[in-house]
Design a protein around this ligand. Structure first.
Ligand SMILES: [Zn+2]
Length: 270
């Protein structure tokens, strides 16, 4: 399913999702600013992307990171426009990983595209001047698109959706995610264009809540570890139980990944 909503005169939200029992499982937002698109939704909306491809003039697509819910529409759109992505994402965009059954159902299997351009440091879209900024943590190579004059940041998955995040992927770096959110808070934003919640106006409180929660949680996790508790014991002590679908992700998400990252990862590359 794909829904287009105007945010303002310049930006449109392009929401995609798989529908189950008449409801979207989870929306993922791409955005269209004039003729430039930020991310390209999920592959289960491929037929809808065919429709909007003729409806809107899209000349460039900037991909924040190579997770399947951010580039699933590329194979439909790419023949009509230029695609830009961080260097480390190129291979995945051209030869996407075969997803497990659960993620094929939730987002759909992306198809590869022929060519990807390197991500520039900055670019212009009519009156808008974007700076590409690194947003590591959720994904090592993730970038966002900042328009300082407007106070806009297209932030992809940099700010976690649940305010109390307790599951993670093995390559997520929680201290780095917190560090990235602190840098985002210093940008003095008017709108955070989040990939799963949609545009958030005056996002300071939204971001702060997540920084505070993860910082306090990390402190507790480290204290418990210092008392000699194992990762498993810490998970039990914190009272964390996985959501119903956790087993279905076949190890792509886990509570233990969050704990391990809080114990061992650093905010900066060493
Ligand atoms: Zn992601």
């Amino acid at each position: 399913m794909l829904v287009v909503e105007d945010f303002n005169d310049t930006v449109k939200c392009i929401k995609t999702a798989t529908i189950q029992d008449g409801e979207p499982i989870m929306w993922v937002y791409s955005y269209l600013a004039h003729d430039v698109m930020f991310d390209a939704g999920c592959a289960n909306a491929a037929s809808d992307f065919k429709r909007i491809k003729n409806e809107y003039d899209i000349s460039r697509i900037f991909i924040s990171h190579a997770h399947e819910d951010h580039f699933g529409g590329l194979s439909v759109l790419a023949d009509k426009c230029e695609v830009f992505a961080p260097k480390l994402a190129h291979d995945e965009l051209m030869h996407p990983t075969e997803l497990d059954e659960f993620f094929q159902f939730v987002w759909g299997q992306p198809k590869g595209i022929q060519s990807v351009n390197d991500m520039p440091k900055s670019f212009q879209v009519q009156e808008l001047n974007f700076k590409v900024i690194e947003l590591p943590g959720h994904h090592q190579h993730m970038v966002g698109f900042h328009e300082p004059e407007k106070g806009w940041l297209f932030s992809a998955d940099a700010v976690p959706l649940p305010s109390k995040k307790y599951i993670a992927m093995p390559d997520e770096n929680i201290p780095m995610m917190v560090d990235t959110m602190k840098r985002i808070s210093e940008l003095d934003l008017e709108v955070l264009f989040d990939a799963h919640k949609g545009p958030i106006i005056d996002p300071q409180e939204h971001i702060k809540r997540r920084i505070d929660y993860l910082t306090e949680t990390q402190q507790r996790v480290r204290d418990l570890n210092r008392k000699g508790m194992t990762v498993k014991e810490i998970v039990a002590e914190m009272g964390w139980e996985g959501p119903w679908y956790l087993g279905l992700t076949e190890g792509r998400f886990g509570i233990d990944f969050l704990v391990k990252s809080m114990l061992h990862d650093k905010a900066q590359e060493q």
